[in-house]
Design a protein around this ligand. Structure first.
Ligand SMILES: [Zn+2]
Ligand SMILES: [Zn+2]
Length: 277
């Protein structure tokens, strides 16, 4: 029992340190910083022997028909980045996926046998029905029945980081530190507000106020940089030396959309999968 308590405490401290690192090192949203860092680590981890040789995980990959477009490409790049041994792990995953798709698509040609000859005799509607059925079966064979396993892991980690951050915001000293930061990107801001609404916290209203105030400050700052950027881009002011507004577009990008790939698989899909609702 004591072991678990200590272990939980250590885990909590590590998570707190992650959030502090995110605030210190990121030039925008700390949760996006942690998302990007986790994504890089996760992709390397997925190519380790330990994970590749885990039949349950491979089953999960096959059921999802691989990964989403982003993670198919990132995993491929990671496999050949020199950080992992070679492309064997990638091949093991894709072998299962390709075999499953062939298994599901191959029987469909039997449905079409004899159709070419009888084509003219088949009524237009019947043909349409057949094509629509085929369309659905192919969709079913190609698209997975499960969300991308990488997106799913990132989503779960994000929930943990989000919960840790909101919990930390119940502390007065941390609130001060957070208020002087750039705050969260809008997708994470919305997630934090939703979490405040759904989970139990001691001072949800104080935390909500801190989040909103910090967000407004950040939006206003980016807004002023964008105005300045637009002004200095005009002919009359083009010779004025550049200031901090030089990064206005990047700041707006991160603030409005979050880091690249954030929540790209619809959150609702993953949430429903993980809760089984
Ligand atoms: Zn973010
Ligand atoms: Zn993905």
């Amino acid at each position: 029992m004591l072991f678990w308590r200590v272990s939980d405490l250590v885990k909590k401290n590590l998570l707190t340190m992650d959030i502090l690192e995110g605030i210190e090192r990121s030039d925008g949203c700390p949760l996006c910083y942690l998302w990007a860092k986790s994504e890089e680590r996760l992709l390397r981890h997925l190519l380790t022997n330990e994970v590749v040789m885990d039949p349950d995980f491979r089953k999960k990959v096959t059921a999802a028909k691989g990964f989403c477009n982003r993670h198919m490409h990132l995993l491929y790049r990671t496999a050949y980045s020199g950080h992992t041994e070679n492309g064997r792990g990638y091949a093991r995953y894709m072998q299962g996926v390709v075999e499953k798709i062939v298994e599901q698509i191959a029987p469909l040609t039997a449905d079409l046998e004899g159709i070419e000859l009888a084509d003219s005799k088949i009524f237009f509607l019947k043909r349409k029905q057949k094509l629509s059925l085929l369309d659905n079966k192919i969709k079913h064979a190609i698209r997975g029945q499960k969300p991308c396993p990488a997106c799913e892991s990132l989503w779960s980690l994000d929930r943990i980081h989000l919960h840790t951050l909101v919990q930390m915001l119940e502390d007065k000293e941390f609130r001060k530190e957070f208020k002087s930061s750039r705050g969260l990107c809008l997708p994470h801001f919305l997630s934090a507000m939703q979490m405040l609404n759904r989970a139990k916290f001691e001072n949800p209203l104080i935390v909500a106020r801190t989040l909103i105030e910090t967000e407004i400050k950040s939006l206003k700052l980016v807004g002023s940089y964008l105005s300045e950027f637009v002004r200095k881009s005009s002919w009359n002011f083009r010779k004025e030396p550049a200031g901090p507004e030089i990064n206005a577009n990047h700041m707006a990008l991160i603030l409005l959309a979050g880091t690249e790939g954030l929540y790209q698989v619809h959150k609702k899909d993953i949430f429903e999968e993980t809760t089984g609702s």
